[in-house]
Design a binder for this molecule. Structure first.
Ligand SMILES: *[C@@H]1O[C@H](CO)[C@@H](O)[C@H](O)[C@H]1NC(C)=O
Ligand SMILES: *[C@@H]1O[C@H](CO)[C@@H](O)[C@H](O)[C@H]1NC(C)=O
Ligand SMILES: *[C@@H]1O[C@H](CO)[C@@H](O)[C@H](O)[C@H]1NC(C)=O
Ligand SMILES: *[C@@H]1O[C@H](CO)[C@@H](O)[C@H](O)[C@H]1NC(C)=O
Ligand SMILES: *[C@@H]1O[C@H](CO)[C@@H](O)[C@H](O)[C@H]1NC(C)=O
Ligand SMILES: *[C@@H]1O[C@H](CO)[C@@H](O)[C@H](O)[C@H]1NC(C)=O
Ligand SMILES: *[C@@H]1O[C@H](CO)[C@@H](O)[C@H](O)[C@H]1NC(C)=O
Length: 487
């Protein structure tokens, strides 16, 4: 059967397999429930919201205790915190029991009372964002004169996570590199005049004269702030290209730092562009032959590792917007034209050795036949789904060879100029179900970076002959338009 390389046709097999990310999710959420604050404890904010509760929550809290917790984000990022449940004894000016948040820009703010009640000063649904990298939460309760075993207040449950600092905001304390907990509010943010290399680089000087005046200014002291742009196509741990084996191999951490794992109708892949976009195939979102599929499928995106279970632990990156190319026709099963889509993530992703974007092609020469490139993915291999990222080294094939190969098999599939083919008639290992949306990359000798020239789109069977890819070069204008907010 020819067909879209989506994994959606396969049923979930075992409760332990990562085939069912829904089930996995629950395990993960339950796994992070117990983060009890103690005096001076330090928590690291991650992408997935983590929970922080008062000691013993949801049992009533003890009187006469004090604990404070610092939550710290990675360099260049901030902490966001929201109270999901809040129930403290109300008092005048919160002089009795209270929760104090400091380091969020505004003066230390004290809260007490119950969510939704006019008594005291409950925090409501507001989101606290740290002005620097860390936020301190202090929980203080007054000693009780009486022995009230049956006192009725549960305390609090807060969710916290890392959020990206808007480009136009100062990178603030990002690069100070101190291991100690920065006492929030102690020092006003110092603007650093360098970007976190090699993952980011300063935008060209000219770019700072921006169309929207004031955007590059630090709001607090008016100093000019550097704009740090993601660096594409330069893995810190590049693949060893001197290897001679052609078959499929297991990728090392950081070889393909742009690789995304998606779970939409089934497993798929994608590649990070910039720090907020995933390039993928349209058919992973709207599969061909999808009569029975749910319309409102959730879109899950994972990054940052070569092992699926580790990626799941790192957390799902919520998707803000899905943009499918207008040429894509879900109901035309033999025409994969326009098989390209972009997923805009809700938050920018902190770049690092295991999460880096890939570059876009700018030249037809990156498609010359015989050029060797790499395709990576979490697709099927020998009938099994892999749990580790695999890659194959394969040559760009000539259009003539692929046309002849299709004709010989009397295939009705459309092989348009906006596609190209990869592989070798004699070579076995290639892409398969589950690899859809992953990218084929080649090394650009002039620019010295890796370029995603193709997106795994369709093929006939697995592991024989040629595979057909969306030719990214044909869609670069569309991609840039969408990413710049023009589409
Ligand atoms: C208060 O409670 C503690 C332990 O819960 C108990 O040992 C003590 O006797 C109580 N005091 C009064 C005055 O009830
Ligand atoms: C960044 O901040 C500026 C000014 O506050 C705002 O206009 C812009 O929408 C923000 N961008 C993002 C991506 O949040
Ligand atoms: C490939 O190159 C790396 C370093 O560049 C070296 O460590 C490795 O031994 C080489 N492998 C082969 C098969 O030559
Ligand atoms: C799909 O989701 C949207 C927004 O979440 C909602 O408005 C719509 O009712 C949903 N449709 C179905 C069929 O569930
Ligand atoms: C395939 O789809 C594209 C885009 O929708 C369309 O322009 C083209 O004519 C179609 N080709 C065939 C042979 O149907
Ligand atoms: C696909 O859908 C479009 C619009 O809904 C329609 O015009 C077209 O005829 C359909 N094509 C096929 C092959 O069913
Ligand atoms: C494409 O690359 C070739 C060879 O490096 C070069 O001569 C040509 O100018 C490039 N074209 C563009 C549009 O950059």
């Amino acid at each position: 059967m020819p067909g879209p390389r989506v994994w959606g046709k396969y049923p979930c097999r075992s409760p332990h397999s990562t085939d069912c990310p829904g089930a996995m999710w629950w395990l993960l959420l339950w796994g992070v429930l117990q983060a009890c604050p103690t005096r001076g404890s330090l928590l690291l904010a991650q992408e997935l919201p983590q929970q922080l509760t008062s000691p013993g929550y949801p049992e009533p809290y003890r009187k006469g205790q004090e604990s404070s917790t610092d939550i710290k984000a990675p360099e260049g990022f901030a902490v966001s915190l929201i109270f999901q449940d809040f129930d403290l004894e109300p008092s005048q000016d919160c002089a009795g029991d209270s929760v104090t948040i400091s380091g969020s820009g505004s003066d230390p703010s004290q809260f007490c009372g119950q969510q939704g009640s006019p008594l005291g000063r409950p925090p409501g649904q507001r989101e606290f964002i740290s002005s620097g990298r860390s936020l301190r939460l202090t929980f203080r309760t007054q000693p009780s004169s009486e022995n009230r075993t049956a006192h009725l207040h549960k305390g609090f449950l807060a969710l916290y996570q890392t959020v990206a600092v808007n480009y136009s905001q100062p990178i603030s304390e990002a690069s100070r590199g101190s291991e100690a907990i920065n006492a929030p509010g102690d020092n006003p943010a110092k603007v650093q005049n360098h970007c976190q290399e090699p993952y980011y680089q300063a935008a060209a000087a000219g770019a700072l004269t921006c169309a929207t005046p004031g955007t590059w200014k630090d709001r607090q002291d008016g100093e000019e702030v550097l704009q740090c742009m993601p660096v594409c196509g330069r893995p810190v741990t590049p693949i060893a290209q001197n290897q001679t084996t052609l078959g499929s191999s297991r990728a090392k951490l950081g070889n393909f730092p742009w690789q995304a794992f998606t779970s939409i109708h089934g497993r798929g892949g994608g590649a990070l562009l910039g720090d907020r976009w995933i390039l993928t195939a349209a058919h992973t979102i709207y599969p061909k032959d999808s009569v029975s599929l749910r319309k409102n499928q959730s879109v899950n995106v994972f990054l940052g590792h070569t092992a699926i279970d580790e990626m799941l632990k790192l957390g799902n990156h919520p998707v803000h917007r899905v943009v499918v190319h207008p040429d894509y026709r879900q109901n035309e099963s033999h025409n994969f034209s326009g098989d390209i889509a972009l997923l805009e993530l809700q938050h920018s992703i902190p770049l690092g050795p295991n999460v880096l974007p890939v570059c876009l092609p700018d030249n037809e020469t990156l498609y010359r036949s015989g050029l060797l490139g790499y395709v990576s993915g979490f697709g099927m291999e020998m009938g099994w789904l892999t749990t580790e990222l695999k890659y194959s080294r394969l040559p760009v094939a000539s259009r003539e060879a692929c046309n002849a190969w299709l004709q010989k098999r009397q295939r009705p599939e459309v092989f348009s100029d906006n596609m190209f083919c990869v592989g070798d008639e004699t070579q076995r290992p290639s892409v398969c179900q589950g690899d859809s949306g992953s990218v084929y990359v080649v090394w650009d000798d002039h620019a010295h970076h890796w370029v995603a020239t193709g997106i795994v789109s369709w093929g006939i069977g697995c592991g024989e002959g040629y595979d057909f890819y969306t030719k990214v070069l044909s869609y670069v204008d569309w991609i840039k338009g969408v990413m710049n907010g023009k589409n």
